[in-house]
Design a protein around this ligand. Structure first.
Ligand SMILES: O=C[C@H](O)[C@H](O)COP(=O)(O)O
Ligand SMILES: C=C(OP(=O)(O)O)C(=O)O
Ligand SMILES: [Mn+2]
Length: 449
């Protein structure tokens, strides 16, 4: 069998799915060269720290919460949007940790989540056939031929927005805002008035009481770094491999290549073909990585993915993100988990209950129902419980804003409410209330484990 040497560019000789039709490849080439000279967005030591935390999740000692936009937007970018997203993820993590006592590793779909794989290369809007929107790193979501033209310069803008987002995240998570003594302030007004918001407030009050107790016992909380700071990691789907290989650098400490665009990246359901470009690229970088697994996956295929992406069987290196749909999860997942278990691959099994439960409402909105989302997570937990394996994580699309994109929740969003604040540029996201609701339900499942 042909074996060729891996390089950050060896994927270029292989077939590749879901790529834009760039007008001028030389323009793309120039942009990728420029990116290659830019500073990394994250540091090797951070990636190594995340890898060691994820190793604990692979062993059943931690839970991964990965959450954020389906697609980050160039237009809807502000400190408030970033802060509110961080807020809701921290709230969910507090609920999960406080109820279950299990450490929660917090990973944002943020600071680089710009490229979108799509079901079809074209779409019809108001009778006009247009190239599909592929994320702001490629083209614009506006419905015109011109806006949909892929523009390589967008890669540079994505880099700069990721850098600004990371800068904000780093300052928000290094004390002040993310200090556990400010746990109450993460409850935004529109959340605080809801049932979940009130339940959260009660948890926050108990945490504050515990902190006061510790202070009264003489523990200097000001000096307890772990209470004042939060480890918050970034992730995105690495779809545009030209961008990713430009951000990949040799790390002299570990003597390996690292993709320094993000702490961890994943391969989407539509690009996980074994001998194709994405698998090749991912096999050679040593970041922790994920791979989405949909209902068509066979046990053989999943084992081949594990062999290709984690031949050394490093715990925490590979997360398999199951996205089966609530109706299929209990029939499809068990044989995949059993095969992975028998082959002794130490993967983290995570549940994406969003992408298998998307449908178009009667009034024309791409949406998801919170109850169906919860149902898939429940199925995922049931399967793991029956096999004695660890349900290691949750992967969701959400926003900190008060949007109406998904149905259900305690402040019920009905079909006729969808157009009130349907702001997503790609898939429907849970709003902050629905996210908190989900966190409570998942916490119950974790406790029952
Ligand atoms: O986020 C995931 C995909 O990009 C999205 O679900 C595809 O959506 P589509 O079926 O509308 O192309
Ligand atoms: C494209 C996505 O998911 P999947 O590859 O599972 O469809 C996504 O996570 O936005
Ligand atoms: Mn999506």
């Amino acid at each position: 069998m042909e074996t060729s040497v891996w390089t950050p560019d060896s994927w270029r000789r292989l077939p590749i799915a879901q790529q834009p039709d760039w007008d001028d490849p030389s323009e793309l080439d120039a942009v990728e060269k420029e990116l290659g000279s830019y500073a990394p967005l994250v540091y090797p030591s951070e990636i190594r720290e995340l890898q060691s935390q994820l190793a604990k999740a692979a062993k059943g000692q931690a839970f991964v919460l990965q959450a954020g936009d389906c697609a980050e937007s160039f237009n809807d970018f502000s400190a408030d949007v970033v802060r509110n997203k961080l807020r809701v993820i921290l709230q969910m993590a507090v609920v999960l940790t406080y109820s279950s006592g299990v450490p929660v590793i917090k990973v944002g779909r943020i600071a680089g989540q710009f490229a979108k794989p799509r079901s079809s290369p074209m779409e019809k809007i108001n009778g006009q056939l247009l190239p599909v929107f592929r994320g702001h790193i490629v083209n614009d979501d506006e419905a015109s031929i011109d806006a949909r033209r892929p523009d390589p310069k967008r890669l540079l803008r994505a880099y700069h927005q990721s850098s600004a987002t990371l800068n904000l995240l780093r300052s928000l998570t290094r004390g002040g805002f993310s200090d556990l003594s400010r746990v109450h302030t993460w409850n935004q007004e529109f959340v605080a008035s809801s049932a979940e918001g009130q339940a959260y407030d009660a948890v926050a009050t108990e945490i504050e009481r515990a902190l006061k107790f510790m202070a009264a016992c003489g523990i200097d909380l000001e000096r307890e770094e772990t209470l004042r700071k939060v480890d918050f990691w970034t992730s995105h789907e690495a779809l545009l491999l030209g961008y990713e290989s430009a951000m990949t650098r040799y790390d002299r400490t570990s003597k390996t290549y690292l993709d320094l665009s993000s702490h961890t990246i994943w391969i989407g359901e539509r690009t996980r073909e074994l001998n194709h470009a994405h698998m090749e690229f991912f096999s050679g970088i040593s970041n922790p990585i994920g791979c989405k697994i949909g209902p068509s996956a066979t046990p053989k295929e999943v084992i081949e993915i594990c062999e290709k992406l984690n031949p050394m069987r490093i715990p925490g290196r590979l997360s398999l993100v199951s996205r089966m749909g609530s109706e299929k999860v209990q029939s499809v997942l068990p044989k995949l988990i059993s095969a992975v278990q028998q082959a002794n691959h130490p993967v983290i099994w995570s549940c994406d209950p969003m992408h298998g439960n998307t449908f178009v409402s009667e009034n024309g909105f791409k949406t998801r129902n919170l109850e169906q989302v919860i149902d898939e997570v429940r199925g995922f937990f049931l399967v793991h419980r029956s096999l004695g394996t660890w349900p290691g994580g949750l992967h969701v699309e959400l926003t900190g804003e008060d949007v109406t994109e998904c149905l259900g929740g305690s402040a019920t969003v009905n079909e006729e409410d969808l157009d009130t604040a349907y702001n997503t540029i790609c898939d429907p996201r849970l709003n902050a209330r629905q996210s908190l609701d989900l966190a409570y339900r998942v916490a119950e499942m974790l406790i029952g484990d």
